[in-house]
Design a protein around this ligand. Structure first.
Ligand code: NDP
Length: 323
């Protein structure tokens, strides 16, 4: 396998610690498949691994999802064969080739390209977890969606909207506001405004049923203040930094609120969760409820630039890395 390479970090730090290095992928072991990758999804979590916010053992190959064509399978693999197109979630995706458990790889239907899969798999399963698994979103309720034009946001907005949820998106610029509206947001609040006060205005003083909050440190207080009594604060990301601890008494004082900090991997750890989520996501793509919204593409070797853009709020929709 000539010219195989991966992007590795040997220390935590800024985007400059991402290094292109030769890769020895080796044979597929029992239960494994080797995939020649054609598209890799960029996710905010990759930046947390790079900085050390989420601890990893060094040296480390970042990257959390990819898609491509199976080159070889190991003993005992019956559901996949060379030539199959697959997508997967797994650590170490920043590479020309990926080796991992075949049982966790999803065969792609003909209607879903590898690039689409890399753009939507992790982010779309996150939207599925938020709308169906943590609590079921219901028609007639109102939701606040932070970073509404971002990777997860650009899938969460149309999916919620298709379920009859009134979506109030929060974003930072007029251009992103337009994108979120085009995806189905009923109203937009700019993050420079008083988000909780604007939410009250837009809901006749009532507040929202749920806040899907990916921003974290800078948004948690506004999320809590924007909720109805018994509303849900679903804090699922740290784009601006980790949320400060919230004393339980605050949840009572603001109206018996529910707070949860979910992680997708707990919802798809078993085969059943992964298959159910993928079926819902692929179904929503087939039905046209969701579309891959690839705002930008980077060569995998330029991944440092992609990290700068994502952390600098310079991206919209999904970002795909091309090996
Ligand atoms: P996004 O494409 O949404 O990018 C992050 C966005 O956050 C930015 O574009 C920006 O949107 C907003 N933002 C607000 N404040 C900041 C800040 N200080 N620095 C940078 N960005 C900021 O990324 P992803 O879709 O990949 O991920 C979104 C979030 O969801 C991340 O926090 C990620 O960790 C989390 N996540 C959590 C999962 C889970 O299982 N819990 C799974 C997947 C993602 P704007 O300019 O509109 O404010």
């Amino acid at each position: 396998m000539t010219d195989a390479y991966s992007i590795n970090i040997h220390e935590h730090g800024g985007p400059e610690v991402l290094k292109v290095e030769p890769l020895e992928i080796g044979e597929a072991g029992p239960g494994e498949a080797v995939v020649r990758q054609t598209a890799i999804g960029l996710n905010f979590i990759d930046t947390y691994h790079r900085t050390g916010l989420y601890p990893v053992k060094l040296p480390f190959t970042p990257g959390s999802e990819g898609a491509g064509v199976v080159e070889a399978v190991g003993d005992g693999v019956e559901d996949l064969k060379a030539g199959d197109r697959v997508a997967y979630l797994g650590a170490g995706a920043y590479a020309s080739h990926f080796k991992g458990p075949a049982a966790r790889m999803l065969k792609l239907p003909d209607s879903i390209s590898e690039e689409t899969a890399a753009a939507v798999l992790l982010k779309g399963l996150t939207a599925w977890m938020l709308l169906f698994e943590i609590r079921r979103a219901s028609p007639g309720e109102t939701a606040l969606v932070w970073a509404a034009a971002g990777g997860v946001g650009s899938l969460l907005v149309p999916w919620a909207s298709s379920l009859g949820v009134r979506v109030i998106g929060v974003t930072s610029t007029a251009e992103k506001a337009e994108l979120a509206r085009a995806k189905g947001a009923d109203a937009i609040i700019l993050s420079s405004e008083d988000v909780a006060a604007r939410t009250r205005e837009l809901t006749g003083g009532a507040g929202v049923d749920v806040s899907y909050d990916s921003v974290g440190k800078d948004s948690a207080e506004a999320s809590l203040n924007a909720l109805k009594p018994r509303g849900w604060f679903i804090t699922y990301g740290n784009a601006s930094g980790p949320v400060e601890p919230v004393p339980p008494g605050i949840l009572n004082a603001k109206g018996s609120l529910v707070m949860t900090r979910p992680g997708l991997f707990h919802f798809i750890a078993d085969a059943d969760g992964l298959r159910r989520g993928a079926a819902a996501l692929f179904g929503a793509l087939r039905a046209g409820t969701l579309k891959a919204d690839i705002g930008q593409r980077f060569a995998l070797k330029d991944v440092a630039e992609a990290h700068r853009a994502l952390e600098g709020r310079g991206t919209t929709g999904a970002t795909v890395l091309e090996p």
